[in-house]
Design a binder for this molecule. Sequence first.
Ligand code: ADP
Ligand code: ZN
Ligand code: ZN
Length: 738
Amino acid sequence: MQNPAAGATRVILVVAIDTPLRRVFDYRAPAAWAGEVQPGHRVWVPFGKRRVVGVVTECRDRSSVPEGKLRFAFERVEAEPTFDAGFLELLRWSADYYRHPVGEVIAAALPAALRQGAPIAVEETRWRLTVIGKEQGLEKVPARARQMRAAIEALTDVADRSAEDLVAAGISRESLRKLEDRGYVEHFTAETTPPASNEGLGTSRSPALNEAQQTAVDRIRGSLGSFVTWLLHGITGSGKTEVYLNAIATVLERGEQALVLVPEIALTPQSITRFRERFDVPFAIMHSGLSDGERLAAWRDARSGTARIVIGTRSAVFVPLARPGLIVVDEEHDSSFKQQEGFRYSARDLAIVRGQRHGIPVVLGSATPSLESLERAQRQAGSLLSLPHRAADAKPPTLTLVDLRKHGESQGISTPTLLAMRRHLDAGRQVLLFLNRRGYAPVLFCPSCGWAARCQRCDANLTVHRRSALLCHHCGAEQDMITRCPTCSSDVKPVGQGTERIEETLEAIFPKVPLARIDRDSMRRKGELEATLAQVDRNEIRILVGTQMLTKGHHFPNVTLVVVLNADQGLFSTDFRASERLAQTIVQVAGRAGRAEQPGEVLIQTEYPDHPLLSLLLRGGYDAFAAGALTERQQAHWPPYSRLALLRAEASHRAEPLKFLQAALAAAHRHAVKGVQLLGPAPAPMERRAGRHRAQLLLHAPTHAPLQRLLSSWILELESLPEGRKVRWSIDVDPAEL
Ligand code: ADP
Ligand code: ZN
Ligand code: ZN
């Protein structure tokens, strides 16, 4: 039937399938629909003994697989391709860049329902009257057939109604079928357009922008329709969100869509309300808490263009858009934009790649930009937009170090801190204390013999929790609390502070002051965080104790004192990014203070008041810190002045990961690419975790190109190393943590 000379019909489908194998698979398309299939279509194919959904990435004339071994694809999932060519290309590029199996990358970009073969379009059964039904229905159906008469009445004066709708109105499917037999009604299938995920309210108006905001908005507006990566660097409360909102207003006027990526924790109703109150348009909201159905609906609205504003966490960077106009990455420095397992992509970096492919601007916003983004802004002259002042006349807070070596400290709280708390509480204000450690105490220790409670599966101490349990924060293992040392039977005691202990201490010191603790343990239930934040808003809570959860996105207008209880945890880490993270955390927490009229005060407790990083931060703020840190990075050849990839391996047997990495190292030397250095292998900073031993090999190169050149050939070889069969290994390009 086919004429190869004409070459009209390409019968070989190259299909990406959700498997860890780094390859695609060839299938023959049945002649009946071979001409109708194109890249981006989902197809049902046989895979081993299973029947799975794959995505066609290419259509070809011939395959290198021998004819006899080629299997036929079963069928197309639906007539419409799921992805257009451009989007498919973005996914393939991402798989290539992160060296991740393309089938898994494509699967990650699909809502679960579509991965399982559901159609994009939702169809439903609808009923309508036939011509006879319209003319004679009510005359012919006897009065006692009440259900049937009700059905005819329900369908009179309307074109048609859905089966579900009729059943909800009390009409049985049986009576509909009886009417159909008599020729009075008929049913048909139709695509539904489910209501958009969220309608905006559009009740709020933009305040008059200040000069810096107006400049930022004008420049973003001027760039619509072309690719620019803007860095919007504005201190907390400087009005960044107002800048996004005003830029988005123009995007909407142009008939385009805006994609707003936000950190995981910030996707609270509070922050979405701000957007919904401004625009009277359909929204698609995408986060990890959605059901499969909700996710598909939001995805569909984004893809069809129904949703004009799409707000989502990390994975929303893979949502297709019909008419993309602008991408915003809010709090671009946030670590949740980097996926830390499986397909290890950076949503921030991919947002930029997407912007470039669509030819639209990308706005990265932060009060504490990542050093990567600051370095890019330095290279791309004119791409930095600064908001140096707080918007609503609020003064920036003053930062003071409290030297823990000079001032007495009791249960983690120093005397100057206590005095300041009294002062602010007496003035009717609220106080926020930040400690990056949940639980009661990080160590359970025996003072007589030095024993400490360790996790049996990790190289880590167990954390004491107030509900009488010892928990491992790394693997989740749980043990009963003990009071006697298992080696010498002396009394053991909890050492150090967690948020629970700070809560206990403060309750004893300020028994009459209402307090709330905000961390992952206290805010487990859905809605609890919102309820507590509302209480803070109403001033029913005066002291807030919490972890990272407190540092992001929330507005606490009546908080005038912020205390960082222990700044030292990030000062002496082996990870070159630790100081950047610490500076960001301190500045973000500090930013919670005094957002309204009252100026704020920030106390930072430390045993190292002379630490150069803390001094830079105190004297010159985040900008001074960042300038210093960038100089250090440049001198040490760390990113953003070099590129990294990390090969990780783990196994339950201690020797295996290192053996595999040694073999990988030898293989890399065979592929030697100039400029790429290999460091290690070495055990991971926490070698044993959840019973598995971990090791890593670091690749370091001046730019990305030589790194990619090595990775592309090297990984294929890793897949065939015999040592690789005894370990689980993964590659992390641009790792966020070492
Ligand atoms: P950021 O996102 O930088 O933290 P926001 O956009 O949330 O800052 O603004 C902080 C506060 O200042 C908000 O309450 C906001 O409504 C207000 N605000 C922002 N811009 C202005 C402005 N031009 N005039 C008055 N108030 C403003
Ligand atoms: Zn002991
Ligand atoms: Zn553990």
